[in-house]
Every structure is written in C-alpha cells, then in structure tokens.
Design a protein around this ligand. Structure first.
Ligand code: FAD
Length: 414
C-alpha cells in the first residue's frame, strides 16, 4: 500500500501534556502548520484516564482533575490552531524528518521541518520485572487498571496487592478502593513509602491499608486467576498474601521505541533520548520532551518542558542554526541514578523551569548535591534526605560558571 504524503512545519508525536503544551506555544510563536498526532482515540495523554484531582498547578495555575486537565489542553490546542490527529500512530521513519503514520485512513508519510517526540512513559509491567510464578489473569499496572476500571467500567477483583509505594502506587490504591476492591497491602523493597506524608497517611491511617517495607514479590500464584502472592522480606522471611488482583506500579520506562528507530542516542540513566537544555537531541531538527526524557515527572512539569522545547523549535524554524558542536555531558555519580537534561551548552540559557531534575537509587540522609566541572566546585546544596522515585530538583543558576573547554559536569551526593 502506498502512503499518502503530507507536510507540516512542526510534527509532534504524542498528544499528552508535553506534546500539546509544545504545540500551543509553537503556534503562539508563529509556527505555521503544527500537527499533533496520538495513537489514542482520546486527546490528552495519561491525565485523560486518571480521575482524581491534582493537575495543572504550575502550568495552568489551577487545580483540575485529570480528564478536565486533558479537556482544557485539547481546547487550548484547538483555539491555537493546532491540528490534532487522534487514533494515529507514528510507526517508523522514512528520513531524518519524515515520519510514517498509520490510522483508519491508511498509511501517511509526514515530512516536517521539525519533529518533537513527546511519547511519554509507561510503568514497568510484571513481565519486565522478572517476577516468577504463574501467569494468571488479574495482573495490572496502574495505567491498565484505570483504563479497565474507569474508562471501560469493567470489574477489577475483590482483594488486591499493590507493588510499589511511589506517588502513582497510591493513585492505584485509591482507584481500587473507589471500585470497592479491598487493598490487602502495598509492598515496597525500600525502607518506607516514597510519597507525600498526607497521601501516605490517608492510605495507612484513614483506609487502614498496610505498607509492607523491605519486601519483594517472590512469586505470584493461581490459575487461571491470581489467588495470592508470596513476599520475601529482607530478613529472609516469606509471607503469603491471599488476593485476586496484583497491581505493579511506577518504575517507569520511557516510550522510546520511535526514538530508538531513529537511532537517537539514549541516556543510560533515563533511557529517554539525550537532549541539551533546549530539548534538542543530537539529530538536527528532532526534539524530545515530557516524560519521554524525564520518566516520570508530574503533568505540569511535562507540559512546561514541552513549552520550553517550543521556544527552541520556533527559533530553529525562524532560521537560528542547529548547534554544530556536541554539548557538554552532565553526569551523575551513584547513588544518583539520572539527571535531566544530561547535556548542556554553556552560555545558551537555562533548562526547563531553570532546573535540573534528578533521581537517586538509594535513600541518602543528610546529603548535599555537589556540582563540579573537573576540580572546580560550581555548586553545593544544603543537606537533606533523598529518596528513590522522588523527584530531586536542582536550581541551575550555576550554569553561568560552566566553561566550554573544561570538560564534563558531574553531580554527586556528599
Ligand atoms: C495513575 C497516574 C496518576 C497521576 N497523577 C498525577 C497527578 O495527580 N498530577 C500530575 O500532575 N501528574 C500525575 N500523573 C503524571 C502525568 O500523567 C504525567 O506526568 C503526564 O501525563 C506526562 O505527560 P507526557 O505528555 O509526557 O506523556 P503522556 O501523558 O504519557 O502522553 C504521551 C502520549 O503519546 C502517545 N504516543 C506514544 N507513542 C506514540 C506513537 N508512536 N504514535 C502516536 N502517539 C504515541 C500516547 O498515546 C500518549 O497519549 C499521574 C500519572 C499516572 C500514571
């Protein structure tokens, strides 16, 4: 089958908060034809499926539910003259800035002056976590649980175990409770939950859901439906919990398939495309934003990253040349896991929100973040606690002291 051909000034893949915010800002800055496509039939990305309140504080300066936030962005995009193509998947590249899409109308080849990848991220499913045991029905991620229960109104189960204790894990708990499912336990391999105190207390004290710490899932049992999980604690103790539902939460992986098909270099920490502070990948005219490059931040942060990318996209389309030299690497030392952005061009302005975003892989108490370039110390924060899965925000004012010829920047914990 031959693909139809179309042209755009900017083609955005992914109509979540990052993609839509970027498209709106690009139009505001005078970019001509802006197309946003999404494989989903609903515009708005993940928020469309999360019923609770808590979206929009930093980007829209109001607090909305997920679906209201998604509707708001879809409306703003329409008003800005952005063309949104639903149920349209980007499936391959036919050139550096030519993307092949598929939809009910068939294949289409999009040639664009610039491309923004904003394909988001997903939770690591059971298969990717190498959890042994049977392969029964009743196993979800938070995303699939919310689509199953909220979007399609299908029965979930009666008694669940939630694996993970990040913010999103508690969103899963409250979805289960709202659907009348008892939550037998939240299980984490870490010494404590990794969410806000209020959310934790609402779960453990108000709804009496126990959090089992320092434990992993040794096996899932049951066939054809889950009948239980076997927990292995740090001290070697094994415990069985009867349940018919298991929800694997968090532990995000970027949706980087399209980036990999383009051979974009991926960051070894985030697993998203490497970008500089303006969300430019190493491939000319290709940008990446949102949870594809920082999995996972909140929706307003993703939207603001998208908006920041649009500034650079508009200038590039206005004739500002693509930078020739490679950007300086920004590296992290263990127990830090990753930093975004992981490339910096000295003298070229700040990263989104004037901040770097980081993650730690283990709990670190009373630690300082140190930023160095070779032997020069550029910045040190005050001492605080760092926890895996919690966002670490590092103000970027020290970038003014980075010198182009003094090598990589290193961020470590002291
Ligand atoms: C359960 C849950 C609760 C949350 N609660 C909150 C909250 O209360 N407040 C908050 O601020 N944030 C919350 N978040 C986080 C928030 O949803 C994300 O930060 C935000 O959606 C990220 O936006 P994004 O645009 O980067 O990605 P996404 O929203 O994931 O959008 C990416 C889009 O790309 C599309 N796509 C991917 N690949 C392709 C392709 N090849 N072709 C076409 N389309 C493609 C996808 O269909 C998707 O629509 C929550 C997340 C979850 C999972």
């Amino acid at each position: 089958m031959t693909a139809g051909e179309s042209r755009a000034n900017l083609l955005v893949v992914g109509a979540g908060p990052a993609g839509l915010a970027a498209a709106i800002e690009a139009r505001r800055r005078g970019v001509g034809r802006v197309i946003v496509l999404d494989r989903d039939a609903q515009v708005g990305g993940v928020p469309h499926y999360t019923q609770h309140i808590g979206y929009g504080a930093r980007d829209l300066h109001r607090v909305l539910s997920g679906p209201a936030y998604a509707r708001r962005y879809a409306g703003l995009a329409r008003q800005a003259g952005v063309e949104v193509l639903e149920a349209t998947s980007a499936i391959d590249w036919e050139g550096p800035t030519r993307v092949l899409t598929t939809s009910r109308d068939g294949l289409r080849s999009w040639q664009a002056d610039a491309i923004l990848l904003a394909t988001g991220c997903r939770e690591r499913p059971r298969t990717a976590r190498l959890v042994p045991g049977d392969r029964p029905a009743g196993i979800f991620t938070t995303g699939s649980l919310q689509r199953f229960g909220d979007a399609h109104d299908l029965p979930i189960g009666h008694r669940a175990v939630v694996v993970g204790a990040e913010h999103v894990s508690f969103s899963a708990v409250h979805t289960l409770l709202r659907h009348g499912v008892e939550v037998a336990a939240v299980v984490t391999d870490l010494p404590g939950p990794q969410t806000f105190r209020a959310l934790r207390l609402a779960t453990t004290d108000w709804h009496k859901v126990p959090v089992v710490t320092r434990a992993t899932i040794a096996a899932i049992t049951g066939r054809p439906r889950v009948t239980g999980v076997r927990l292995r604690r740090d001290d070697g103790l094994i415990a069985e919990i009867a349940c018919d539902t298991v929800v694997f939460t968090g532990d995000w992986i970027p949706d980087n398939e399209l980036a990999r098909l383009a051979d974009l270099p991926l960051d070894s920490g985030t697993r998203g495309p490497v970008t500089d502070q303006w969300l430019r990948t190493p491939v000319a005219a290709v940008f990446a934003a949102g949870n594809l490059v920082h999995a996972a931040e909140s929706a307003d942060v993703a939207a603001l990253t998208g908006r920041h990318a649009a500034v650079a996209i508009a200038s590039y389309l206005d004739g500002v040349p693509w930078p020739g030299d490679p950007a300086l690497p920004v590296r992290v030392e263990a127990p830090l896991r990753w930093v975004f952005p992981s490339r910096l061009r000295p003298g070229d302005g700040p990263p989104p929100r004037g901040r770097f975003v980081l993650r730690a892989s283990t709990v670190a108490d009373r630690a300082r973040l140190l930023v160095r370039q070779g032997p020069r110390r550029l910045h040190a924060t005050s001492r605080q606690r760092y926890t895996p899965h919690r966002s670490i925000s590092l103000p970027a004012h020290w970038i003014d002291d980075v010198l182009p010829d003094r090598g990589d920047i290193t961020i470590s914990l002291d």
